[in-house]
Ligand binder design. Structure first.
Ligand code: NZQ
Ligand code: ZN
Length: 388
């Protein structure tokens, strides 16, 4: 393993079917005013909203609601949440939902007391927080992003067609997260599989970088195998507790900073996927599935040994009698078959992308340097064309 690093993660997790009761242990740590943040209403349908309101009341909390957080939360919604949090002198933001709700809660937590426009400061200029931060707690209902145990917050500005993520420091990580796999049973199939691929993509973004012998790569191969195994079960039976709980746990470890240790990390699939999201408002995981294979087939020659290792260790390709290229290619072919099997979107046309958008999407793609090949604008356009 190369490089120096610090590892620490401040989020306390409560995992399992009985985990909601631990909200009673967390709530007394914070003041009276709680901003209850949630999405478009799934938590009302499932009854989780009622359970949480009851616990908040038993603990003597005053509840202020911030509902209607949309998938891919917008900057307008963020401004609205900031006003509400500040006006009500909120002591804790309780996010109940998926990654969008958790991301939004973190954005409000750093922005409510920010004296500048938070979009400019955090998402365009990527500055650190230097004002009061409202603590955030999460009750997760949809699995994929890892937002429950990281500092990521992705906000979309529809006016400029930009979707940008800021990775905040430990002071912005959720203070606690409650992870009950049963809550994920009701996630619609399309969102569920998109979440599965988001997990896979998070792992691959970190795996496909570096050329040293790194413990993080072995951990990631294990996480990938568990994910592939359990996701195949969950698509057939969404109520298989063992599969859903393994996937929930894998998602958290895929993006809680652990497996990035000692890695330069790539993240270009996410950069392209986010730029597509800025244009189309498409589901995050599907923007990743639609561009991944064209991207990986493009960079494979530059990281051939790692792609060969991926084929053998994750997809059980037998390398005997094959060139390195043949082995590596067979790994990506097996990945493609798996993606089709679980029902992922395999091209960006299906997400509403049209030819006239390609140049703009490529322009809005941040080019990062941690992977096997630093892409040019033209290469991004080529990858997008191959994803049509
Ligand atoms: O809004 P409601 O009604 O709750 O419905 C949601 C939403 O429509 C629904 N849902 C969630 N839990 C449910 C449920 N429906 C029924 N039963 C349940 N138990 O699912 C839909 C999608 O929810 P969303 O939160 O948008 O999905 P996800 O968790 O995939 O989050 C996506 C957002 O996270 C960002 C993405 O860019 C996107 O904006 N990301 C955040 C990251 C991070 N913090 O580190 C990293 C990721 O790469 C990603 O970029
Ligand atoms: Zn993602």
């Amino acid at each position: 393993m190369k490089g120096n690093f610090i590892y620490s993660n401040p989020t306390k997790l409560y995992f399992g079917e009985d985990s909601l009761k631990f909200l009673n242990e967390e709530l007394p740590k914070y003041g009276k005013n709680v901003l209850l943040v949630y999405g478009g209403g799934s938590i009302k349908k499932t009854g989780l909203y009622d359970e949480i309101v009851k616990i908040l009341k038993v603990n003597g909390k005053e509840i202020f609601e911030d509902a209607g957080v949309m998938p891919n939360p917008t900057v307008e919604k963020l401004y609205e949440g900031c006003k509400r949090a500040k006006a009500n002198n909120v002591d804790l933001i309780l996010a109940v939902g998926g990654g969008s709700v958790c991301d939004y809660a973190k954005a409000v937590s750093v922005s409510a007391y920010c004296e500048e426009d938070p979009w400019d400061k955090y998402f365009l200029r990527m500055e650190d927080v230097d004002n009061k931060i409202i603590p955030v707690g999460c009750v997760l209902t949809m699995v994929g992003t890892g937002s429950e145990m990281n500092g990521g917050s992705v906000i979309t500005n529809p006016a400029t067609k930009q979707k940008i993520g800021h990775v905040f420091g430990e002071n912005v990580f959720p203070k606690f997260s409650i992870l009950n796999p049963v809550y994920t049973y009701t996630v619609p199939q399309y969102q569920m599989v998109a979440g599965f691929f988001d997990i896979m993509s998070h792992i691959l973004e970190q795996y496909f970088s570096g050329d040293d012998d790194n413990t993080s790569d072995y951990i990631m191969e294990g996480l990938l195998k568990s994910l592939i195994h359990s996701s195949r079960i969950a698509v057939k039976n969404p109520k298989d507790y063992e599969a859903r709980s393994n996937i929930m746990w894998t998602a958290t470890w895929a993006l809680n900073t652990l497996v990035a240790k000692g890695k330069s990390t790539d993240w270009m699939v996410h950069m392209i996927g986010q730029a597509i999201g800025g244009y189309t408002d498409a589901t995050h995981g599907m923007t990743l599935s639609a561009v991944s294979l064209p991207y990986y087939r493009h960079i494979m020659p530059y990281g051939l040994q790692k792609f060969k290792r991926y084929a053998i260790n994750v997809w059980n390709v037998n390398p005997e009698g094959k060139t390195d290229e043949q082995t590596a290619k067979e790994g990506l072919d097996r990945m493609e078959a798996y993606m089709k099997e679980i029902g992922l979107v395999m091209n960006i046309k299906d997400l509403g992308v049209t030819e006239d958008m390609l140049d703009g999407i490529a322009k809005n793609t941040f080019i990062l340097k941690g992977g096997y090949k630093v892409l040019s604008h033209e290469e991004i356009v080529e990858i997008l064309k191959a994803s049509m």
